[in-house]
Design a protein around this ligand. Structure first.
Ligand SMILES: *Cc1c(COP(=O)(O)O)cnc(C)c1O
Length: 434
């Protein structure tokens, strides 16, 4: 009787852990997770839920697919810099650079002499080369950190003069005026929401001024009876001028005529320009500071700079981004509409959907008024949830009761994955509907 009891034939833990599949899983995930999965599978076998011979398979099935809880997603929204799904996707070159930098690297080390060297020198040289008009460059953790560092170093205990039209909230309750106030600088508001003139700044600038700050209101536009002082005008005030361009365009892009860029702001007289590395530059999350050499050096020497500095992975990804090839963000922004149409038609034919015209978006606090004309495949609304939950997850947009699959931000070599995901989502719908 006890001989036939399946509970007696449940394999022992050490035997299971030595199984090649589970041993390799231990190497990948750590022994703790695998052991827990094995114990749970043994318990199920003892309870008679599964056969003792299926314990290895059950343990394997309970293991995570990936080493982190972050789920890679395919962006079928048509929004290029989508904050909620990680802003800029890195180029293959930047990914390779991150992997290469993950081990020991000569981050602050001169292999020739064995002595200490300047941290991130290669990245800074490239950044400098990309914006020759800058006297020097500095990289911190993100755009907000760049702004905090600049206003702290130049104006803590003093006034930051800022237009009321540029007192913006960037997203998720992040308000720029609060950030500046947190540095110990006093905000000196000038002008009105829709109009601020050079004279308003001039009247406010005085012995208490630490700097004038000009912020690009990246995610909205004021239209109609408006005016703002230009960088060139503000540079005439004779006090340090910090220009937060936001999105990180280093040079002018004709596709985005109203988007400020670092080279132009510096040529117009900005003392320092701050920007994000993972918006239109298409690199890793980072804050770029470019500008007059003495001022950048002052920021670099400020104690706060140490708390805001970036790690080797960011420096590596940023350097590879600056070096080229064309980053995904730029490729998606400038996607050829005929090629998009051809891909959309192929997908529509395979899944029996309709191709409809859509407008993509830059997103991520950049160029709010610029539509990106393109195409999408229109599907029943219920597909959106199934696509999100699939493997790989595909994020589409729901507009007026339709699920729109936009291939603008899908690497062309993933079109097949999108097609399979859509077919699976449609099959689920038929099953559910039956
Ligand atoms: C996005 C943005 C920031 C903040 O940059 P992060 O990299 O998100 O920290 C600051 N200022 C402007 C104008 C922005 O658009």
């Amino acid at each position: 009787m006890s001989q036939a009891d399946p509970r007696r034939s449940v394999p022992r833990t050490d035997v299971l852990l030595a199984h090649p599949d589970l041993a390799s899983a231990s190497a990948r995930h750590g022994a703790g997770i695998v052991k827990a999965a094995v114990r749970a599978a043994q318990a199920r076998a003892r309870a008679g839920e599964i056969e003792p011979g299926d314990v290895v398979a059950a343990a394997r099935a309970a293991l995570p697919v990936r080493s982190t809880t972050l789920r890679p997603l395919i962006n079928a929204t048509g929004v290029v810099v989508h904050t909620n799904i990680g802003r800029a996707p890195l180029s293959d070159a930047a990914v390779a650079a991150v992997v290469a930098a993950a081990g020991y690297v000569d981050l602050e080390y001169d292999t020739l002499t064995g002595a200490r060297a300047r941290r991130g020198r290669g990245t800074l040289e490239l950044l400098h080369a990309a914006v020759p008009g800058a006297g020097d460059a500095l990289v911190v953790n993100n755009g907000a950190a760049a702004l905090v560092l600049a206003t702290t170093a130049l104006a803590a205990g003093w006034e930051v003069v800022l237009s009321r039209g540029e007192m913006i909230e960037i997203g998720d309750g992040f308000r720029l005026p609060d950030l500046i106030a947190s540095t110990g600088a006093r905000l000196r508001e000038v002008g009105t929401t829709n109009r601020t003139r050079l004279a308003d700044y001039a009247a406010a600038v005085g012995p208490d001024t630490g700097c004038v700050l000009k912020v690009h209101p990246s995610n909205f536009r004021v239209e109609g009876f408006t005016s703002a002082a230009s960088v060139r005008e503000l540079a005439s005030l004779g006090v340090p001028l910090v220009v937060d361009i936001g999105s990180g365009l280093l040079r002018h892009d004709p596709l985005l005529p109203d988007e400020p860029d670092a080279a132009t702001a510096l040529a117009d007289g900005a003392t320092v320009v701050t920007a994000s590395g993972d918006k239109l530059l298409g690199g890793p999350q980072a804050g770029l500071v470019l500008g007059e050499a003495d001022t950048v050096e002052r920021l670099r020497r400020h104690p706060l700079a140490r708390a805001l500095r970036v790690d080797k992975l960011t420096l590596a990804a940023l350097e590879a981004t600056l070096r080229g090839p064309v980053v995904p963000v730029a490729a998606y922004l400038h996607a050829n509409t005929d090629a998009l149409l051809a891909r959309s038609e192929r997908l529509a034919a395979a899944v029996s959907g309709d191709v409809v015209p859509v407008e993509g978006r830059v997103g991520g606090g950049g160029a709010p008024g610029v539509p990106l004309p393109g195409w999408a495949v229109s599907l029943p609304e219920a597909c959106a949830e199934r696509l999100r939950g699939g493997e790989p997850g595909v994020v589409a947009r729901v507009v007026r009761g339709r699920c729109l699959v936009d291939l603008r931000c899908v690497p062309p070599d993933r079109d097949g994955d999108v097609e399979r995901a859509v077919l699976a989502a449609l099959a689920d719908e038929i099953t559910d509907g039956a």
